[in-house]
Design a protein around this ligand. Sequence first.
Ligand SMILES: Cc1cc2nc3c(=O)[nH]c(=O)nc-3n(C[C@H](O)[C@H](O)[C@H](O)COP(=O)(O)OP(=O)(O)OC[C@H]3O[C@@H](n4cnc5c(N)ncnc54)[C@H](O)[C@@H]3O)c2cc1C
Length: 402
Amino acid sequence: MADRADLVVIGAGTIGGWASVFARSSGLASVVVVERGLSGMGASSRAAGIVRAQGGTPATVALGRWTIDFYRGQLSAYGTDSGFLELGYLILAVTDEDERAGRERVAMQRANGLEVEWLDAARAAATAVTLSPDGHRGGSYIATDGAIDPPRNVRAYSLAMQAAGVQLRERTTFTGLRTTPLPGGGARVVAVETDRGMIETERVLLTGGPSLRGVGRAAGLRIPAGAARHTVAVLEPHPAFDVPRMPMVFDIGAGLYWRLEEGGLLFGWSDPDEQPGEARSIDWAAYDRARSRLAGFVPLTRELGLRRIWAATIDYTPDHLPIVGPALTPAGERIDGVTVASAGGHGMMWGPGVARVAADLVATGRTELIDVADLGLDRFDAEGRSRLASDPIALPFPLRAE
Ligand SMILES: Cc1cc2nc3c(=O)[nH]c(=O)nc-3n(C[C@H](O)[C@H](O)[C@H](O)COP(=O)(O)OP(=O)(O)OC[C@H]3O[C@@H](n4cnc5c(N)ncnc54)[C@H](O)[C@@H]3O)c2cc1C
């Protein structure tokens, strides 16, 4: 009997996992997820869990808002959740230029329905109580941003996949597509090849997070998706952090953010000079720099010991915006039935939204959530340069995917 599915999803991270659940609820009867390792073992289990609707473009504001609403509604929809906790988020301005760009961003966000406000330095310090009033110019703030628990999110989508009847095939590697040429040019997918055999299908969703470039290569596509080291550390508890709620803070210029974690402080950073590639070790010199910058903002961290640290490989796109749209060959021809999805390093804050958009495109060819016209692979040139301006609020990832 032929192995066949209405949809084959490559990758069981937060994008592939949630997209498979959404595709089932959109009416696709048989959905198979092919995962080369174990569910969640890519970036999705290793993230810091920061979730914000404070995006840099109207589309990313919409994705963040949709995703927060989704996290809030999970328990009633799925009987499980990703542990979303509303903490508030303060995005600091340090320079004149930060403040100008920040105030402009707030105006755009407010025009897109987000109740974000600008706090001066004194109000910012009074709101994020351990923050020094010096060394910054205040920032944008909204009370409804927050954080999820990334391993719990993996558990949540894994349980939801099981309940929805999605077939998860772990330890199975996607190796290529089988296509048939179309009379007017281009091709249509007819099957997915894996190291454990072929699955006939007319619909494929390619995800892969930091490995999306390789997934694309196996499919005969050129996807300018990158991978780089990103580091997260947790400092030991302190009575000042023993509070139910304290806003998360982002020092946007330095790519440094922090939030409460079990009575201690979790902080993470992307080194602007990081070279693309897989994370294999901790850069202790970068850790020292991040700690010293953090101590300038939160002086009491100077006395705190390190409790936990990890470096993992984060996904990014050259313009730091999501990719969601049809597969295109290097010659620019569509492969009908194949959709590509990436949250471009923001899978906790945009992931379920990107997954919803991808599932909509797979099931019906359109989506109401955002305008996807600009978010496809056709925005990149042959060298992977985007024709869009970079998301102004992203971490400082490398600018090229190679
Ligand atoms: C340290 C760190 C901190 C982060 N912090 C945040 C944060 O605070 N907020 C935020 O929004 N984002 C954060 N991110 C980014 C976020 O984790 C990612 O954007 C998100 O997890 C990507 O989800 P994904 O499903 O696209 O990829 P992944 O979770 O990586 O899943 C892709 C899956 O595809 C599988 N795969 C790859 N190749 C193949 C193949 N050939 N065949 C079959 N399967 C394959 C992989 O094994 C993997 O399981 C962080 C990332 C890191 C590393």
